[in-house]
Structure formats: C-alpha cells, structure tokens
Design a protein around this ligand. Structure first.
Ligand code: FAD
Ligand code: NA7
Length: 539
C-alpha cells in the first residue's frame, strides 16, 4: 500500500512544475462520423512529455467515469498521478474523446436522445393543453440536427474534462496502456511511440465495449451503441438485437423519434431486473409501436443490392425468418477490455469468458494493482458506481481512509419511454433469498395527473414495494414505472440506505400531486388479491 503524504509534501506538490501543457496534437477530438458540422472547434492537445519514462504514485489505465474520479481524488490528496485513455475505433470507425463510455457513447448521449423522443411525445400532448401548433402528425425529427446537437454537447464535455485534468495537475496521456510488470505500464501513443510509466499503484479502469455475435455480416454491417449517437444518416427501419438495458433504451428513443423499430429477444426482456416490471415496460413499448420478436436468435446479415440489410433469424422451433432493415444494432452485452492490458505479463487473474476482474475491495490478485468500474466481476455497470468506488479507493490509498465501497442497494433507471426506476431486490430475488412466506409485496397502479388532459394511457403506471414481513417490515426493494422514474427513485434509495421500513414509508407525508407520492399511498398487498387499480387520482 502507498504511504500517505504529509501536509508538507502536499505543499511541495502544489508548487512543483506544472506537469503538462496541452500543446501536442492528439487528433482525438476531430469530428466523428458524419458530424463535420459540429460547431465547437476544439484544439485540444496532448501533454508534451519530455521523458520517455516517469514515476508516479498512481497510474490509472482508462479515463472514464471510474478512472477519472480516482485520479482526481488521488491528486487532491497529494499523489502524483497519470491517466492513460485511448479509444480504439469501433468496427464502423467511430471514435471519441476523453471521458469514457458514459460521456461519449453512454448515459449522456442516451439521455439526450431519450429527451428528444419525449419532446416528440410532448408536442402531441401540448395540443391537448391548448398550444396552437402545426398538425403534430406532420412534425418530424431531423436526425442530423439531433446528432449534431448531441455531439456538440459531448465535445464540450470532452474539452471541460481535459481542462479539469490540467487544472488539477493530473497528467493525461492519450495512449493505450498495457502492463510491462507490476510496477510499469507502457503507454502506446497514436503514432506508436511508447512511454514507460513506473507506478507504486495502478488502477485498471478500462471499462468495456459492445460485443458482436459471431454470425456472418455482424461486424461488417452491424452497429452498436458506440455508433448510434453519431450515426451519419437517419437509422430508418431498425432491428435491435438484445433486450437488455441498452437494447430497450435504444429501441425506445428510436421508436419515439419516428423510426420503425423491432427488438429481437433471445430469452426474456431485462434479465436480472424484476420480471413483472420488465414485462410492464415491454408491454408499454409494444403499445407505442415497438415490435418484439421473442425467443429469436440472429443467424446472418447480408447486404441487398438496394443497400438494405437482410437479417435472417431462427425462432424457438428452429424455423428461419428474414426481413430487411436499414440498420441493425447489437446490444448483446459488453466485453471488458482486459486482454489488451497483457494481463499475462503480471499474472493478473481474469474471469474466463467475460475477462472481468474479481477484486475484493477493488484490489486484484496483484497487491498494488486495483480495478474499478465496469471491469469488475458481478458489480453494477453504472457510472455512479464506478465514480464512487474510484473515489473511495483513492481515499484509502492516499488519504488514510478505511471506507469501502458498498455495492448493495444501488438504484438504477431504465430510460425506456415510460421509465423504470428501481432499488434493492426484485420480487423474485427477495423470495429466493427470504422465502415467499417472509416477504410482503405491496403494489398499486396509479394515474399521473399530467396524463389526464392529453388522455395518455395510464395502464402501465405501476409501483411496487418489497418488504420483509416481520417487525416494522424493512423495505428491501422499490420499483416504479412512470414518468421521471430516476428522479423518483433516487431519494428512496437514500431512505433504503437508512433502513427504511414500510411503517416509516406509510408515515411519510406525500407531495401532492406527484407520482413519487404513490409510494407513500401504497397499501394493497399482492397476498390480499385486492384490485390495485385506483378509482380516482386522490383516492
Ligand atoms: P469507461 O467509462 O468505459 O471508461 C474506460 C475508458 O478506458 C474508455 O475511455 C476506454 O476507451 C479507455 N481504455 C480502455 N482500455 C484502455 C487501455 N488499455 N489504455 C488506455 N485507455 C483504455 N450508466 C449509468 O449510470 N446510467 C446510464 O444511464 C447509463 N447509460 C448507458 C448507456 C449506454 C448506451 C452504455 C453503453 C452505458 C451506459 N451506462 C450507464 C454505463 C456507464 O456508461 C458505465 O458503467 C461507465 O461508463 C463505466 O465507467 P468505467 O470507468 O468503468 O469505464
Ligand atoms: P445486458 O443487460 O447483458 O443485455 C444483453 C441482452 O442481449 C440480453 O437481452 C441478452 O439475452 C441478449 N443477448 C446476449 N447475447 C446474445 C446473442 N448472442 N444473441 C442475441 N441476444 C443476445 O447488456 P446491455 O448491453 O443491455 O447492458 C450492459 C450494461 O450497460 C447494463 O447493465 C447497464 O448498466 C449499462 P439473454 O437475457 O442473455 O438471453
């Protein structure tokens, strides 16, 4: 473990020569595919490193959510830190700047596209509220304007991130890192030039990239979430392969933007999530026009003479089907980028198949090598998880802290058109863990006030609380399908962290009229068999 720095050393750090100037062209901030019109002109530069070798308290491989959080925290605590970040272009040639998945090809562009789709829906609602608009059915989204706007924002975040690293004196290298030995990382720049970085501690924060199925045509013609947010043409009729978090979200916003969208579901929707809630989400999406093909696996993709993609798939009975699409997007899970680190050079153990790292308290089997974020085995693949774990790890390494990351009760939200937020256990996991007799499930359908005037379908607005049956009924899971689910569930996640009981939830006074208050009004147990449908908005 690294020693802590004293206050004296800290002031030395603050006075030492600035480690970097942004004066070497990395070229990584050039416009992406089809976004030559991106207005923000960035002249970002790589730090000029005079030496071919340097020594650090901490080298972080991967400048995404977890790596940057750890690096910034470590530097605040007086450590000398370098971060390597490098994006290998996708098979379709898409690349991006500093900041990792969330900022460039994940949470942020996804939420912006989700918002774009919600606004399209709002146009129709606005008319019911008296807004005088052109016929909403003639209103269309301009894909190129949307991707340009999204990419402009992403570029601005890339830039701010680089400036922040410079200001905080974190040394940044646009280089692909691999292990030479347990204390040496080799950084390979774009031009192939190698730099050695010696480090007392190394954090692996390389995240993952989308997987492709091993079928003919997948790599040539398919795209993934790496490409969709900067696609240089409107996606048109789209097939999404995979019905996990990313597949459903992409299908949701593409359908909302007006594109004919189909999801190929191998087994179930949103595996790992509460299946009753997952099916409500899917049913709601289906009602909006998303097509679901269940129990189907892709077999091949061919390019037709007209440029469209002919997709062949097999159903559960082995029968073959085909249809033509303009875009095929794979969302079949992500691969950890650990093989590229040359783990064999240090004896780093990886989980076979997934390449993930099983690290107790983020420490790998090599004592001075740590890992945070999406590379971790059986940990939630979420940005705030990576950030929190990275920060706590840096505090333990350089700040004398003993606080460990708690990976339980992490809230999340699927940004499907009608969002699904949850925290804690699913109903089935709660039953598996505690037994049916020891679990009480409360549930209710509800009617958001804002849905009445435009006569929006309330059929799928549903809340569920999973509690233990004994004593004050500790709440162990909360599930919400409805508008702004993420905003609703976040505060309840804090309550669960504070050992929320059903009794405390029921004694909480709601805010009326909101959808979050439905959790405070919930009273019908599934066990009772009573109808959970409300008679009025205020019943
Ligand atoms: P990353 O952010 O992936 O960063 C790793 C970085 O390391 C990358 O820049 C990579 O290029 C770089 N790298 C890899 N190998 C090397 C190497 N050898 N040398 C140098 N650099 C390397 N999470 C949420 O919380 N909310 C959401 O709404 C959400 N939506 C998502 C939507 C999509 C479409 C996707 C794909 C993900 C989403 N996520 C969301 C997940 C979130 O993006 C990840 O959990 C998070 O980015 C993980 O952070 P990380 O630091 O582990 O890795
Ligand atoms: P997930 O959540 O692992 O979902 C992957 C989906 O793809 C899931 O429905 C799988 O079906 C399906 N899948 C997996 N392999 C195949 C193949 N070969 N063919 C067809 N379908 C397949 O991954 P995501 O990419 O959606 O999300 C990853 C994380 O990113 C997520 O946890 C968020 O936190 C952010 P299955 O259920 O296995 O049958």
């Amino acid at each position: 473990m690294s020693e802590r720095r004293t206050g004296k050393e800290k002031s030395w750090r603050l006075c030492r020569k600035k480690p970097q100037t942004l004066d070497d062209d990395s070229g990584e901030d050039e416009p992406r595919n089809g976004n030559e019109n991106v207005t923000l002109e960035l002249k970002a530069k790589l730090p000029k490193t005079a030496d071919k070798s340097s020594t650090y308290d901490l080298v972080v491989i991967g400048g995404g959510s977890g790596g940057l959080a750890a690096a910034k925290e470590a530097v605040e605590l007086g450590a000398k830190v370098a971060v390597l970040d490098f994006v290998t272009p996708s098979p379709q040639g898409t690349k991006w700047g500093l900041g990792g998945t969330c900022v460039n090809v994940g949470c942020i562009p996804k939420k912006l596209m989700h918002q774009a789709a919600l606004l399209g829906e709002a146009v129709h609602e606005a008319v019911a509220y008296g807004w005088q608009l052109p016929d909403p059915n003639t209103v269309q989204n301009d894909w190129s304007a949307l991707t340009n706007a999204v990419q402009s924002h992403v570029k601005s975040v890339n830039w701010v991130t680089r400036v922040e690293l410079r200001n905080k004196k974190v040394e940044y290298l646009n280089a692909l890192g691999y292990f030479k030995d347990a204390n040496t990382v080799v950084g390979v720049g774009k031009n192939g030039e190698e730099k050695l970085l010696s480090a007392k501690n190394i954090i692996i924060a390389v995240g993952g990239r989308p997987r492709y199925p091993d079928i003919p045509g997948a790599l040539e013609y398919g795209i993934t979430s790496d490409d969709i947010f900067s696609l240089d043409r409107a996606p048109g009729k789209t097939l999404i392969v995979g019905a996990g978090y990313i597949g459903l979200e992409c299908a949701g916003f593409l359908n909302g933007l007006g594109y004919d969208t189909t999801i190929l579901v191998r087994s179930v929707v949103l595996r790992g999530f509460d299946q009753q809630m997952a099916n409500i989400v899917a049913e709601e999406m289906e009602q909006r026009g998303v097509h679901f093909v269940y129990q189907a696996k892709p077999k091949a993709i061919e390019k037709q003479d007209d440029g469209r993609l002919l997709v062949h798939w097999v159903d559960r009975d082995g029968a073959l089907h085909q249809d033509a699409y303009d875009t095929v997007l794979f969302a079949i899970g992500r691969r950890a980028l650990t093989q590229e680190l040359k783990p064999e050079n240090v004896g780093l153990k990886l989980i076979p198949d997934t390449g993930k790292i099983d690290a107790l308290n983020e420490q790998t089997n090599i004592p001075n090598i740590y890992a945070v974020g999406d590379v971790l085995h059986k940990k939630p693949e979420l940005t705030p998880v990576a950030i929190h774990a990275g920060r706590l790890l840096a505090r333990r390494l350089f700040g004398g802290s003993h606080e460990k990351m708690d990976y339980t009760n992490v809230a999340t939200t699927v940004f499907s058109p009608l969002e699904y937020g949850c925290v804690g256990l699913s109903e089935e996991d709660a039953i598996a863990l505690h037994g049916d007799d020891n679990i009480e499930v409360y549930h209710a359908y509800y009617k958001p006030t804002e849905f009445f005037v435009p006569q929006k379908n309330v059929k799928h607005c549903y809340v569920k609380v999973v509690a233990l049956r004994k004593d004050d009924q500790k709440v162990i899971g909360m599930h919400f399908v409805g508008p702004h689910a993420g905003e609703v569930i976040q505060g309840f996640a804090a309550a669960i962290k504070c050992n929320l009981t059903f009794r405390a939830l029921k004694s909480t006074v709601g805010i009326h009229p909101t959808t979050a208050e439905e959790f405070t009004r919930i009273s019908i147990t599934k066990r009772s068999g009573l109808d959970p449908t409300p008679q009025s908005c205020c019943s």
